[in-house]
Design a protein around this ligand. Structure first.
Ligand code: ZN
Length: 397
């Protein structure tokens, strides 16, 4: 619940915002200027309004709505700035999938996302020997920004799938909260061949093979392994994009379904397989990030994290206000601008382990390599990582 605390802190720093400012219909209402004093107050208020956020962060609103908007199913806006009308939920148990972290209530999506996942689960089992999908976060019932974990997943076209094979039994709800996904990495730069096998390669290739898929996100080390193991047929690799954090799950993003008005596609990835310059650039960034991470204190300092822009309802497409309010679904906003229900959300355990870190010797070797000096002979940069120091999951997707 790091982000919840952060969100609340920012909300408090940002100042109290009245419920009236949140409701678009009332936002233009001016208090009657009965006296000079009242006029002064009104002017002061109007000035303050300009810089103050317009209503609570949208994630506080969308993050607490438990049911879908009773409207025609539509993905509205873009993956990182939008919402979901008429969302449908993936059954928590299918013939070849199980939904994890049920307490999060994030197994929602467009009907097209559900169709896709059911097809992928069935094809991967029948044709690739993958025993079944463990499904991570999809979208919230009405999509929108989330209090924890993602910047995208807002319009019901994104889904996280664990790279851990499904066990051969139905997991209990408690197990679905407690089980941690298996990291595919042996160190920050390479997969562990003992866990990342041809089964995972086939699963990701299968997931990318359908025309409705826009992109798939994996950790750069996984992309590297896929590049090495793809063989001659490489077209699918163009859709598989490196991104931070995706070392125990991969992220599937569908294109906007044909004819779905108001759904904003991303520019398609270039036709290149991404195994050349793009990947080597990612590796340079990864190396720098490792060195940066090593300079960070192991225990989080009391210093507040850098301020991140919070999306408010006004930043989302207008129709998202309709989606939030449909069927009387909008949560109560307190006088001070907070959303009380957001404070009562249950905590849930991170789905995966912390990212592995280099040990001291490997770190020194890497620094030497980057500075162009000869490597120390005691260890190489690719030597075993300790894996014991947690690295924050930077830039979640
Ligand atoms: Zn994701």
């Amino acid at each position: 619940m790091r982000s919840l605390a952060l969100g609340l802190a920012l909300l408090l720093i940002g100042g109290a915002v009245s419920a009236e400012q949140f409701k678009p219909a009332k936002s233009s209402a001016q208090p009657p200027a009965a006296s000079q004093a009242a006029k002064k107050t009104a002017t002061k208020k109007a000035t303050t309004k300009k810089s103050a956020p317009k209503g609570p962060p949208a994630k506080m609103l969308f993050g607490v709505v438990a049911a879908p908007a009773p409207l025609k199913a539509r993905a509205i806006g873009s993956y990182s700035k939008g919402c979901l009308a008429g969302g449908v939920s993936l059954p928590i148990n299918g013939p070849d999938w199980q939904v994890m972290r049920l307490s999060r209530n994030r197994n929602w999506g467009t009907p097209q996302l559900l169709d896709y996942l059911e097809r992928l689960a069935s094809d991967a089992k029948a044709r690739d020997g993958w025993p079944g999908l463990l499904v991570g976060d999809m979208a919230q019932p009405r999509g929108g920004p989330m209090i924890t974990g993602h910047t995208s997943h807002q319009i019901g076209l994104d889904a996280d799938i664990w790279l851990t094979p499904m066990p051969d039994r139905i997991l209990t709800p408690q197990e679905r909260e407690d089980i941690t996904a298996v990291s595919m990495l042996k160190d920050p730069f390479a997969v562990d061949p003992a866990v990342f096998t041809t089964l995972q390669v086939k699963l990701i290739r299968r997931a990318a093979s359908y025309p409705q898929v826009a992109r798939i996100f994996v950790h750069p080390a996984i992309k590297k392994a896929l590049c090495e193991q793809a063989g001659k047929n490489r077209a699918w690799l163009a859709k598989v994009r490196p991104w931070w954090g995706h070392f125990y799950h991969f992220h599937i993003r569908l294109k906007c379904p044909a004819g779905m008005e108001g759904c904003a596609n991303q520019k398609p990835p270039s036709g290149d397989d991404g195994c050349g310059k793009e990947l080597s650039n990612w590796y340079k960034t990864l190396q720098k990030a490792e060195i940066w991470a090593a300079t960070q204190p192991v225990t989080p300092s009391a210093k507040p994290p850098p301020k991140k822009k919070q999306l408010t309802l006004n930043d989302l497409p207008k129709e998202c206000t309709t989606v939030l309010n449909a069927g009387g679904g909008a949560p109560v906003i307190a006088e001070d601008g907070t959303v009380p229900a957001a404070l009562e959300l249950p905590e849930s355990k991170d789905a995966g382990p912390p990212a592995p870190r280099l040990d001291a010797a490997a770190l020194e070797a890497l620094k030497a390599e980057l500075s162009g000096k000869p490597k120390p002979t005691t260890a190489s940069a690719s030597a075993a990582a300790s894996g014991s120091v947690p690295l924050p999951d930077r830039k979640p997707h």
